[in-house]
Design a protein around this ligand. Structure first.
Ligand SMILES: [Cu+2]
Length: 184
C-alpha cells in the first residue's frame, strides 16, 4: 500500500526563491513594526495618558515622619485637619487613610503629597452628590506622588480605596471637606 500523500513533482521543491509578493508583504510588516516601535517613544512625550504631577523616592519612615510633622503643625476644625500651607499629606495604610479627614478651601490650589506605609492602595475621590464621578490615583510605598488639585465646588468628597488590599479594604474610607471659607 502506498502513501495517500503524493510527493511533490519537483525534487528540489524546498529550494525555490521567495515570491516577490511575499517579500513585499514581509517588508511592509517590518516597516510597520518599526513605525509602531518609534511611536512608543513619541507617545510617551506627547500623549495625554502620561502620569500627572511629580514623584519622588521616599522611604516609609521618612514619609511617616513628614505626615506626622504635618499633622502636628496643622490646625483642626470639626475633627478635620486644616493644612498649614498648600501641602496636603495623605498616607494609605491597612486599613485607613492617615491625614484624612481634611478641610480645604474652594478654589485654592493644594499640593497633594501621597504615599503608602505598606502596600499599594487606590486613592479614589468621589463627590457626595455624584458618587459615580471618580478621580483615581494609585499610592505606592517608596514613592511620594505630588499632584496639584483644586476643588471648584464646596461639599463632601469621599475617599475610598479601590485597589484590593486585604480584609479591611472595604472599610478604608476618608473624607475631604471643601468649604468656601475655613475658619480655624
Ligand atoms: Cu484597599
Amino acid at each position: 500500500m502506498g502513501s495517500p500523500i503524493k510527493p511533490p513533482d519537483k525534487e528540489d521543491w524546498w529550494n525555490v526563491p521567495v515570491d516577490r509578493r511575499e517579500s513585499i508583504w514581509l517588508g511592509l510588516s517590518v516597516v510597520w513594526a518599526m513605525i509602531l516601535f518609534g511611536w512608543m517613544s513619541v507617545w510617551t512625550r506627547v500623549g495625554d495618558q502620561n502620569p500627572i504631577g511629580e514623584t519622588y523616592r521616599v522611604s516609609t519612615d521618612e514619609f511617616q515622619e513628614k505626615v506626622e510633622t504635618y499633622i502636628d503643625e496643622a490646625d483642626e476644625v470639626d475633627g478635620g485637619i486644616v493644612p498649614p500651607d498648600e501641602n496636603v499629606y495623605i498616607a494609605g495604610m491597612t486599613f485607613q487613610w492617615r491625614g484624612l479627614p481634611v478641610v480645604l478651601e474652594t478654589g485654592k490650589t493644594y499640593k497633594f503629597r501621597m504615599s503608602s506605609y505598606d502596600i499599594q492602595h487606590g486613592f479614589s475621590i468621589r463627590p457626595e452628590e455624584v458618587l459615580s464621578q471618580h478621580t483615581n490615583l494609585l499610592v505606592l510605598p517608596g514613592y511620594e506622588w505630588v499632584i496639584e488639585m483644586e476643588f471648584d465646588e464646596p461639599g463632601t468628597y469621599h475617599v475610598i480605596c479601590n485597589e484590593f488590599c486585604g480584609v479591611g479594604h472595604s472599610s478604608m474610607h476618608g473624607r475631604i471637606e471643601v468649604r468656601d471659607e475655613v475658619n480655624v
